[in-house]
Design a protein around this ligand. Sequence first.
Ligand code: HEM
Length: 294
Amino acid sequence: MTPWTDRAGNLSPLKAVAFAGTLVPALLLAYYAVKGFPQGAGASTLLGPRPFTAAIHETGDWAIRFLLMSLAVTPLRRIGQWPKLILIRRMLGIAALAYALGHLVLYFFDQNWDVVRAVSEIALRIYLTIGFVALLGLVALGATSTDAAIKKLGRNWNRLHKIVYGIGILAALHFFMQSKADVYEPTLMAGFFMLLMFYRLAHWRGLSLMSPLVLIAIAVAAALSTVVVEAAWYGLATGVPPSRVLWANLQFSYTIRPGWWVLATGLGVAALGFVRSMGKAEAPRGRRAARAAA
Ligand code: HEM
């Protein structure tokens, strides 16, 4: 099976587009690196005066974005009733791993391949240690994502792959901790992560993801949680009183705070669910529910 064909060997436009999408950030980065390193050039490059730092940030950003995209597949399949989305879940997860590995390699480049120094930094700086543990988790998931491994692990595969939720938390924490004063981006990623987790929690508790009310409640809960995380982080890390962060969330002249983007995304998903669910009933969950329904 190639990255652009389905199990039957037919071309899958969905897979082909997703595969091309996973390559775009890497190709752009390579382009900037090549264009930015003309012979004998000084500090000015398209990646800025510190190209390795810029590239480390880019790859880190894409690692967490692809991780979130892979986590979005399952809820979107249920809400949008798109079973075929499963075709790209593994690819998105592998993309997250590939960008995270690239991120680590660039970090070593940035340390001039002084392996002892790089490793001791990872061991001593807590935000790097957290990133390293997240990366180890991604490697474990990637290594067990081949068809053969999935077959061999059976039910344990599902159990093992639940560590992806822990990896998401560690990756978000690593993102927050490496940020200096501004935590806009990490707050946004943490907000989307919470939104995706709330869909799962609702499903596990037996709530229907085809109910617009449930989806709206999840959107509001995730947005409020995002504001709370933002206020808590600023409070703990910088001493800014939570009231100022809450107030900033009600000011729209400067920026639209992450909580609002999470709310807009959640409501967009609710609207999608509403449109897709019109006239359709959700399939019963699990074998027992199916037997009961029958
Ligand atoms: C051994 C593993 C890792 C190392 C050594 C590492 C190292 C770093 C370093 C040095 C930075 C920049 C810090 C700065 O400029 O002050 C960074 C930022 C970042 N890392 Fe990692 N990291 C690792 C794993 C990960 C993983 C697994 C992810 C995500 C899945 C990740 C996501 C990010 C993100 C999102 C940023 C911030 C990017 C930005 O500010 O735009 N890192 N990391």
